[in-house]
Design a protein around this ligand. Structure first.
Ligand SMILES: N[C@@H](CCC(=O)N[C@@H](CS)C(=O)NCC(=O)O)C(=O)O
Length: 306
């Protein structure tokens, strides 16, 4: 079975990026809802320890991180493209800005203003994930106030990107940059009306967000987590794409460890089976799901010999 299975939860903004990519490409997929915080007992047997959201599963292949997930969707379903050649490099730079420099203050501002509606334990979980002490409500409110100006310093940039009347951020065509800038702004106002006034002065942002929202989420059906584990157990991973590691990489076949270089730095261990320009993958055996291959982008991940 090589259906697309997305492991995600509703308020994950990085998951919203992938749901919109699935919608843009008019794809059918299965939706497995995972807990928004650790432990994730039905996800970790698949990924070998990676706990961030979302994860794309296709049979016994697991794709971690939205940078890689959208590229994998593009590889399997090239039309309509999310990577128009003339726009892709610029889109990459915009995505990096949006998902780091713009996203973090938005998270801190929106979460600190929405304390009454956060699932209990969420902030403590996020702090552990970042190696920080759990904050109390007062600390979170102060962080929200410190970050509001950092959000306001950047929203005019998004409006300015659209100032020449263009419909899409990186050029004539919609592309992955639109998804990457959209999802932090979606997060900003998805869970609280309290912050809607911050976006109100920006009509071009509003019109562009409506265009992106119109991609929809494709056609999806719910899947039980146990079924996703069964799919992996009953499927062989794809033969890895041929690759030639850099001289500095561990050789193919070596035991390696891969982990995120920013937060949620849980180690995933296994045998290196692919080391491409911007993708690395390891094979691992798990008592619950058998042999799986777990794929990561290069950028944002640390690869080293075990
Ligand atoms: N670089 C990652 C970031 C993913 C990320 O930070 N996702 C958030 C949810 S929006 C997360 O994992 N939070 C902790 C969790 O879900 O356990 C990606 O592009 O997929």
């Amino acid at each position: 079975m090589s259906d697309l299975i997305l492991h995600h939860y509703d308020f994950s903004n990085f998951a919203e990026k992938v749901r919109l990519a699935l919608g843009f490409k008019a794809l059918a997929w299965h939706s497995v809802i995972i807990p928004p915080m650790a432990p994730k007992p039905d996800l970790v047997p698949l990924t070998g320890g990676y706990r961030r959201t979302p994860v794309l599963q296709v049979g016994a292949d697991l794709y971690c991180d939205t940078r890689l997930i959208v590229r994998e969707l593009e590889r399997r379903f090239p039309a309509p493209t999310l990577f128009p050649p003339a726009q892709s490099a610029m889109a990459d730079a915009m995505a990096y800005w949006a998902e780091n420099r713009l996203m973090r203050p938005i998270t801190l501002y929106a979460s600190g203003m929405n304390l009454d509606h956060l699932p209990s334990g969420l902030q403590a979980d996020r702090s552990v994930m970042r190696g920080l002490p759990p904050p109390n409500d007062a600390t979170m409110r102060r962080a929200a106030l410190r970050n509001a100006p950092l959000v306001r310093a950047q929203l005019p940039d998004v409006e300015a990107m659209l100032a020449d009347g263009r419909e899409w951020l990186a050029g004539a065509l919609p592309c992955v940059a639109d998804l990457a800038v959209y999802h932090p702004l979606w997060f900003f106002t998805a869970r609280t009306e309290l912050l809607a006034h911050e976006l109100a002065p920006y009509p071009r942002i509003a019109a562009w967000m409506a265009r992106v929202r119109a991609f929809g989420h494709g056609r999806f059906t719910a899947m039980e987590p146990a079924r996703a584990l069964e799919v992996a157990r009953n499927t062989e991973p794809l033969a890895p794409e041929p690759s030639t590691p850099w001289p500095e990489d561990p050789p193919l076949g070596a035991e390696v460890r891969i982990r995120a270089d920013d937060y949620g730095r849980d180690v995933v261990s296994g045998e290196l089976v692919h080391a491409g320009i911007d993708e690395i993958a390891l094979r691992r055996d798990d008592p619950l799901v058998g042999t799986v291959v777990v794929h990561f982008p290069r950028l944002g991940y640390d690869l080293r010999a075990a």
